[in-house]
Design a protein around this ligand. Sequence first.
Ligand SMILES: Nc1ncnc2c1ncn2[C@@H]1O[C@H](COP(=O)(O)OP(=O)(O)OP(=O)(O)O)[C@@H](O)[C@H]1O
Ligand SMILES: [Mg+2]
Length: 266
Amino acid sequence: MTAGIEVRGLTKRHPGARLDRPALQNIDLEIPHRQFVSLIGPSGCGKSTLLRILAGLDRADTGQVSLLGRSPKQASRRKAIGLVSQTPALLPWLTVRQNVALPGKVNRRAGSKIDSPDELLRAVGLEESADQYPHELSGGMLQRVAVARALGLRPDVLLMDEPFSALDEFTREALQYQLLGLWQQRATTVVFVTHSVREAVVLSDRIVVMSARPGRIHEVLDVDLPRPRDRKVVKGPHMHDLEDRVRASLQSAWKAGAAPDDLVPL
Ligand SMILES: Nc1ncnc2c1ncn2[C@@H]1O[C@H](COP(=O)(O)OP(=O)(O)OP(=O)(O)O)[C@@H](O)[C@H]1O
Ligand SMILES: [Mg+2]
């Protein structure tokens, strides 16, 4: 089993954070290469913080992090990481096509294969928007451009922070299948943040349930659904059992995170 991502004893406190609690405490996580893992947990439990540390954009205070045997910074320098951040950061003065093409122009690994921007835009259903500018797109369209851009370099590790959260249900489902297809074709490790239990189950090999205050790993659940996750699998009874298990785990994680008294589900 090749180690894809290894995190040992990670703790992170944001500098200047008003609360005295760390954002992440004692995170241990091992993800074999080519596995698809989802992170799910209450708002504020540190999912984006963890993803930014994996991407080399932020540093842990304590602990070790490695991606394919390298530090996040080294992996990022070797263009091994693709990141779709929670708020898509596109360059406003470039068209959609130019935004998608940009990583391939400035970051290309020597000899590596990259996809054409038009192919990538077709994969996310945005071929007609190639010549538009970011300010002309909806929130869900911007998310799709960010996904296309991250896929373009064929990274070894793909980190995705709620990439489909602004999409309608049908576009979201279509993109989930696209993503699974690409993940199966390419040797990629995926860490996928979502608030959707169903999305986590449909996509993942394992689901990491986190709790908040401070952010910790509450439970790791195996998703023993066969692949490919076609409609028959996704509509089968085991899917519902798994969704129930994740929901129960989330509920106990939510309680463990000592949610404020005035925030109680109906
Ligand atoms: N730059 C920062 N400075 C100070 N505190 C921060 C910073 N970024 C995040 N935090 C705090 O760290 C904690 C975790 O934030 P993070 O964005 O990682 O949560 P999340 O799990 O991604 O939440 P959501 O589901 O709402 O996106 C929160 O308490 C947040 O207020
Ligand atoms: Mg977040």
